[in-house]
Design a protein around this ligand. Structure first.
Ligand SMILES: [Zn+2]
Length: 387
């Protein structure tokens, strides 16, 4: 039934023409089901067993797991179906109309990263399920750009299972095997307001926050002294103080103060341990004192990603592309696929500079090399029995 699969260009056009913005702001957020339906139709045409995985509590969102062949092991080609919102006025053309110009394909999701699905299907076009020693799985997730809810649902389900995974996020055809994690946290201090003329009438949360800021900055210095990874452009874990709000009036003792910061841990650091460390320090700072404090996450964290440099998928991708595996400055669904037991790399045809930008594009020159890489990876990890 391979003949039922549309041409590569038709698939690219169809994916870009199907809006699938995800956003934490409900006014921008859209369903990704139309993209999942397209992919379901095309993978079915190639003989994949197709499963649409609902996301509890979010009827307009879904993941897709499409499997060709059977058995343990195998290779997952993974991508997210959603895009970020866009500034229509800043685009030179309709972001939902694939437009070829200057040897580039322009459109929202060309680099980041719906176009990857079309390339993955094109690379699988001629495959015969009976010839596969290990399965090939196309995985398409929801809400990577907003809540990572698609990937989290998969981790809860423990699916899919495979040995290796390639995420086609824009890496400019270079393999990536590591990135930092991201945490966004709030410290809230609760004191007691009162008239400024008599400090004994209140407990000043703003003065307490002064101590918290000092404590967090010395903690940051310690973390940066303890952890270093020179693969990263910024080789230490970062902690940015991003927002503070407290009090209302100069003549009132500040009763409440809240600080927001982000923390980007290196591979090997774990968010639960970091949170416990900070709690211990805040406990020591305030003890049983009159100021009460609370530490809470503003978003669910993404753990750092790390796939061993010696993993077969890493060395295979290095050999194919001629580039050593790199560390990226952005987050992906890699840690979730790692948590599912897959040795995972990020390798895609777009460039991260074009992601989340007006006039996002995919260079035509990168299409055939990416198809070649995918073909070779499928050959190595699905057609040959490797164990
Ligand atoms: Zn992306």
């Amino acid at each position: 039934m391979a003949s039922a699969l549309p041409s590569l260009m038709h698939m690219l056009q169809g994916l870009i023409a199907t809006p699938s913005v995800s956003s934490v702001s409900p006014e921008y957020d859209q369903s990704n089901r139309p993209v999942v339906e397209l992919l379901a139709e095309w993978t079915e045409a190639l003989g994949f067993a197709v499963e649409v995985v609902d996301i509890p509590g979010h009827p307009d969102k879904a993941n897709l797991i499409a499997t060709l062949g059977r058995g343990p092991g195998g290779l997952v080609l993974s991508g997210h179906t959603d895009t970020v919102p866009f500034d229509e006025g800043l685009w030179s053309q309709d972001p939902f109309r694939l437009t070829e110009r200057d040897q580039r394909l322009y459109g929202l999701g060309t680099a980041d990263m719906k176009a990857f699905f079309a390339l993955a299907l094109e690379a699988a076009r001629a495959l015969d399920a009976d010839a596969l020693a290990q399965p090939l799985i196309l995985l398409a997730t929801a809400d990577e750009e907003s809540s990572m809810l698609g990937a989290k649902t998969l981790v809860e389900l423990g699916r899919p299972k495979a040995r290796y995974a390639v995420i086609g996020e824009p890496t400019g055809l270079r393999p990536v095997n590591a990135h930092k994690g991201i945490m966004m946290e709030a410290v809230r201090l609760l004191g007691h307001s009162g008239h400024s003329s008599d400090p004994s009438l209140g407990v000043n949360a703003l003065e307490g926050m002064h101590a918290v800021l000092g404590e967090i900055l010395s903690w940051r210095a310690e973390l940066q002294g303890r952890h270093r990874d020179t693969r990263f452009h910024v080789p230490v874990p970062t902690l940015n103080l991003g927002h503070i709000h407290g009090g209302d009036n100069p003549n009132r003792i500040c009763g409440e103060c809240e600080l927001h910061f982000d923390l980007r841990p290196l591979p090997g650091m774990r968010s639960a341990e970091l949170r416990a460390e900070l709690r211990e320090r805040l406990d020591a700072l305030f003890g049983e004192g009159p100021l009460r404090w609370e530490l809470r996450p503003l978003i669910e964290e993404t753990e750092p990603m790390h796939t061993d440099a010696g993993a077969a998928i890493v060395t295979a991708a290095e050999a194919l592309t001629g580039h050593p595996a790199e560390a990226a400055a952005y987050c992906t669904e890699g840690p979730y696929l790692n948590a599912l037991g897959m040795e995972t790399i990020v390798l895609g045809p777009g460039y991260i500079d074009q992601a989340h930008q007006p006039d996002e594009y995919l260079a035509l020159a990168n299409v055939q090399p990416m198809l070649d890489h995918l073909g070779r990876l499928i050959e190595r990890f699905c057609l040959q029995s490797i164990d």
